[in-house]
Write a protein that binds this ligand. Structure first.
Ligand SMILES: [Zn+2]
Length: 389
């Protein structure tokens, strides 16, 4: 069903796709054929179907309170037998993924080359950065697609004074997987961050890795219940421009299914791991209902010494928070900023707990989706967030 005529007159910019005061598209949560356009010349989008998925709470509502701040969460996983192997690029040959591949209009997917990477580092050799034909963020920080049928990425907060709060790589799991023989409960895992944010009365956009969601679905449920926005951060957290078209679909599809399975919502936002996106990947994600989200300020918190991290001295991260606060106090920003943090290990959680109370005194801290006017981050229409501005 095409709904373009309903929307074309209402929506003047990409941001307003989400900011219309009333839902621009009426979609039933159990509907299977979710096809729409958001502006006459934007590529059509659809919400993938999830065959055979029985969601226990199929029509969740926005929670206006009270917020759940219990100190424990069930550690029950999703049915792992229904998902691909965690932390590996999923096969594009499953029937579910093939069904999505068949729904995509491949004429609207640019033929940008598949990139190469060595040890996780993307090889930009030979790419023309001046022309930037593919709007490849990794090479040029490009956020405005070269093709005119895909909207620009969200990468900042347009309103001066806003701090767009984002956390990647969650949900932060309760045990340390590095040593299978001595798995222990990590007190910094969820619900630690979510309870801290509730105490501070803050909402964030959370970019979830599907491989984590299947391990810790109760954390996803808690986050949704507490009013955070759940977005996809792919299935296995790989660099997306190095994948085939079909693998891109598989990475996005399984992450969307895990979030739907865990929390009952079908998200419409995603962030590429390492920001690695070009117009080919954007066009696939967009058609699958996903608006690409980047950032414009990076804490580098993931690199602090901790499980999954590296050797960046925490003082370097402290200095970044301090600089942003100072810049704001001195009136140096013309717009707001969108800041990348991680829910990854004790170091990143402790860092946000240390700095956010100070940030709040200077900035208007909001979910990154909200600062971009996104009041409907999910296809399910019951999730219309109250307008913030
Ligand atoms: Zn990440």
């Amino acid at each position: 069903m095409q709904l373009s005529l309903l929307c074309a007159g209402l929506l003047a910019t990409a941001n307003l796709v989400f900011a219309a005061p009333t839902p621009s598209v009426t979609i039933d949560v159990n509907s299977t054929e979710l096809v729409t356009t958001t502006k006459s010349h934007w590529a059509p989008q659809f919400s993938p179907e999830f065959p055979g998925l029985k969601v226990t709470n199929p029509n969740p509502k926005y929670n206006s309170g009270p917020i759940n701040t219990g100190t424990t969460l069930s550690k029950k996983t999703l049915d792992l037998s229904k998902y691909p192997k965690a932390w590996e690029v999923p096969s594009p040959n499953s029937a579910e993924v093939k069904a999505v591949i068949n729904k995509i209009n491949w004429d609207l997917v640019p033929k940008s080359p598949k990139r190469k990477a060595k040890n996780g580092d993307l090889d930009e050799t030979g790419y023309d950065e001046d022309k930037d034909p593919d709007c490849w963020w990794t090479a040029t920080l490009c956020t405005k697609p070269k093709v005119d049928y895909i909207p620009s990425d969200f990468y900042t907060c347009p309103t001066k004074g806003d701090w767009g709060l984002t956390y990647d790589d969650g949900p932060f799991v309760y045990s340390d997987d590095d040593d299978k023989t001595t798995q222990y409960e990590n007190k910094w895992s969820e619900p630690e961050l979510y309870n801290f944010l509730a105490k501070e009365d803050l909402k964030a956009s959370l970019f979830y890795v599907g491989s984590n969601v299947i391990q810790y679905p109760e954390a996803a449920k808690r986050a949704l219940n507490n009013g955070h926005t759940l977005c996809s951060h792919t299935w296995s957290h790989t660099t997306m421009t190095t994948l085939t078209n079909e693998q891109v679909v598989a990475e996005l599809y399984w992450s969307l299914k895990a979030i739907k399975d865990a929390a009952g919502v079908t998200t419409r936002c995603w962030r590429p791991p390492q920001g690695d996106v070009d117009d080919r990947v954007r066009a696939i994600a967009w058609q699958m209902g996903l608006h690409t989200v980047i950032w414009d300020e990076d804490t580098d918190d993931w690199a602090m010494p901790a499980p999954g991290g590296s050797n960046l001295p925490p003082e370097k991260v402290d200095a970044k928070f301090a600089k942003w606060i100072k810049n704001q106090q001195q009136g140096k920003y013309k717009t707001g900023i969108m800041v990348l943090e991680h829910e990854l290990n004790h170091a990143t959680i402790q860092m946000t707990e240390k700095w956010l109370p100070k940030v709040k005194q200077t900035f208007n801290v909001v979910s990154a989706m909200q600062c971009n006017g996104v009041t409907q981050p999910y296809w399910e229409k019951s999730f219309e967030y109250p307008a913030i501005h």
